[in-house]
Design a protein around this ligand. Structure first.
Ligand SMILES: [Zn+2]
Length: 393
């Protein structure tokens, strides 16, 4: 079960001076290409899904594939929600299976950025999930030329970075030191002195967005100065597009599958190139041994109702399902009624938590407390409640 805690994964990279690639994916070709490359290179990898890409795919539909691919991989994998813009989208990403969250409120003032980030960090940490924040402004959005999303680069300052970390308790920081999202116009002018000072002051893994187009020496210096996660998308989209263009120009009558031939392999090649360059090749074994595996919890309740009829019981169950499903860290809820009438307990709740931390935050969550005190416990005196941690099989 090589889904691992990203906090451990990036700490290992930070301590051992290499960077893990966070590759944004928008469909199964990307997912398969990225994982094939990471398997081939025996490298840890981050599967990244950006909120700004949701126009290209259905997040709810793609996530089950991402999660099952991560779980069947032999190399350590984390699933990252990239550029999350709101508290609600972060909660949803966790529900769908992301085990790493990025808050991007970098276009807000420092104070607003701190307030927005703090709220998401508190919720995510309550779910056992690490958070990446961003300070300063990296122009553009994933896969688009920065010139289409104007705005001057706003460099991260050491002072702001310190204030931001102290107030938000983020786990990783995305810094703006001269990269832009999308395709570069000319060579990026990176401020390594600034990066070095931020790294010395903060001492946490740093993140670079806009990795496409940087040269080998620039990557080397980024990693030497605390960069442990590099976001990469545009170059993958470009090699995929070139492959399709090549396919379609090679013959007049061409089918969909002919057009798509080699796309996954082209993506895999580009990812392998990055993995080699960033030093994460052959690190899978070490990282797996170092990381906590990512395990879910099944919160089981079996119970009988007293003092209400079965219609009222079903109303209570439906209401509880709606309320409890929205609590952060709850992945899914199964509500059921026994098949055999003579069973000792007639009803069940099976509430799946993303991580053992959710056992406490769920119990103390005001919505849970209100439902349990007012609607559930008064009619379900006869019950058993047990939390089970997932066993790797
Ligand atoms: Zn980005």
């Amino acid at each position: 079960m090589p889904l691992v805690n990203i906090k451990d994964m990036l700490q290992h990279a930070y301590d051992n001076q290499y960077a893990v690639g966070a590759f944004d994916l928008i469909n199964l070709d990307f997912l398969q290409g990225i994982l094939q490359a990471a398997e081939e290179m025996q490298a840890p990898v981050i599967l990244s899904l950006a909120e700004s890409h949701f126009e290209h795919f259905d997040f709810d539909l793609l996530m089950p594939a991402v999660e099952s691919a991560a779980r069947r991989a032999s190399i350590p994998v984390a699933i990252h929600f990239d550029h999350g813009h709101s508290f609600d989208s972060a909660v949803k990403a966790i529900r769908l299976g992301c085990n790493s969250i990025m808050v991007d409120a970098s276009e807000s003032s420092l104070n607003d950025n701190i307030e927005i980030t703090k709220k998401i960090v508190s919720m995510s940490h309550g779910c056992g999930i690490a958070v990446e924040g961003e300070l300063g402004y990296v122009p553009g959005v994933e896969g688009e030329d920065a010139k289409h999303h104007p705005g001057e680069i706003c460099y991260t300052t050491v002072e702001d970075a310190k204030t931001y970390l102290e107030n938000t308790h983020i786990d990783f920081l995305a810094v703006s030191i001269g990269t832009v999202h999308g395709r570069l116009q000319g060579k990026a002018n990176l401020d390594f002195q600034r990066l070095k000072e931020i790294n010395q002051e903060l001492g946490i893994p740093l993140v670079i967005h806009g990795g496409t187009g940087l040269d080998d020496e620039q990557f080397k210096q980024l990693i030497q100065n605390g960069v442990a996660k590099i976001n990469y998308y545009t170059a993958l989209a470009d090699v995929a597009a070139q492959q399709i263009k090549h396919n379609s120009s090679s013959s007049e009558k061409i089918s969909y599958t002919d057009n798509m031939k080699g796309v996954t392999a082209a993506i895999a090649n580009e990812v392998m190139h990055c993995i080699k360059l960033w030093g994460s090749a052959k690190k899978a074994g070490e990282v797996l041994a170092y990381c906590q595996p990512w395990k879910s919890v099944e919160h089981l309740i079996i119970y009988n109702v007293e003092g209400i009829n079965s219609t009222s019981a079903k109303e209570m169950i439906t209401e509880g399902y709606t309320i409890l499903s929205s609590i952060p860290g709850v992945r899914s809820i199964f509500v059921g009624e026994t098949i055999k009438k003579e069973a000792q307990y007639q009803y069940t709740w099976l509430v799946r938590f993303c991580h053992p931390s959710v056992i406490d935050t769920y119990r103390e969550h005001p919505e849970h407390v209100a439902f349990a005190d007012n609607l559930f416990r008064p009619v379900a005196g006869n019950r058993i409640s047990i939390d089970y941690l997932e066993l790797p099989v």
